[in-house]
Design a binder for this molecule. Structure first.
Ligand code: FPP
Length: 242
């Protein structure tokens, strides 16, 4: 049984993470970059399990961006092969922990083997209800907006029917709450085309830890920092107090 760890903190309903620093983690140890990605993929299990224990309803992980195609072909192959391994290895865990897997991004452009493995995992977990794990794959916030606008045009929505809500319903995250908190590891402080529309009011937390080192303790520290933030959504402090 999963036991919810005691946290004093107000937790995000939707947590999004930019898993950065695999390469530097490997470099610091004199290892190949692929070893960093391997360690990073293993850490995904740790963080998914921890978020599930904390009863976080939505977790979105940036696994492969539209810009990542610019990396050397050998590195791209390693990332895709780790994705296949992850899906095979962790499907029982997702089932056991009642976690629904979803993808965001242009998954149609991924290699056949990964598309097939994803389709299987999505189908196998579609009725799970405790948590949604979104894997951002071939994802970019700008291209997401472009595909949303194209869909809106295709559907022939009238000018008045185009609202913040109807636009959001054409994003990959349709039906899900916006991320309350976006964490980026490795000390870099930018969004890198991640959830551009959805993160309008997200609290941004930057952890110095490289992704393979971002374990349960680092996650807790980031969530404590989130809990200490005052979210105002454009209102004054007085309005919030009353
Ligand atoms: C950034 O590290 C990380 C990525 C480009 C991809 C994240 C991938 C994983 C965690 C492994 C595979 C994922 C799954 C879901 C199985 P970087 O290489 O940019 O690090 P650097 O900035 O130190 O070079």
């Amino acid at each position: 049984m999963l036991e919810k760890p005691s946290v004093s903190a107000l937790l995000p309903r939707h947590l999004a993470i930019i898993m950065d620093g695999n390469g530097r983690w490997a470099q610091a140890r004199g290892l190949a970059r692929s070893e960093g990605h391997r360690a990073g993929a293993e850490n995904v299990r740790t963080i998914v399990t921890e978020c599930r224990k904390l009863e976080i309803a939505y977790l979105t992980l940036y696994a492969f961006s539209t810009e990542n195609w610019k990396r050397p072909q050998a590195e791209i192959s390693v990332l895709f092969s780790l994705l296949s391994d992850f899906l095979q290895r962790e499907l029982p865990l997702l089932r056991e922990q009642n976690i629904r897997l979803k993808t965001i991004g242009c998954v149609e452009d991924l290699p056949f083997a990964q598309r097939t493995a994803l389709a299987h995992a999505l189908r196998a977990t579609k009725d799970n209800t405790a948590m949604t794990l979104n894997l951002a794959l071939n994802y970019g916030g700008r291209s997401e907006l472009v595909q949303a606008v194209r869909a809106i045009v295709r559907e022939g929505l009238s000018e008045e029917a185009i609202t913040e809500e109807s636009l959001a319903e054409h994003l990959y995250t349709a039906g899900q709450p916006d991320p309350d908190c976006v964490i980026r590891t490795s000390g870099e402080q930018r969004l890198s085309n991640y959830l551009l529309y959805q993160s309008a009011y997200s609290e941004l937390i930057f952890s110095p830890a490289f992704w393979p080192d971002f374990g349960a303790a680092e996650l807790r520290a980031a969530l404590e920092e989130y809990a200490g933030r005052k979210r105002r959504f454009g209102r004054t402090q007085e309005q919030i107090a009353n």
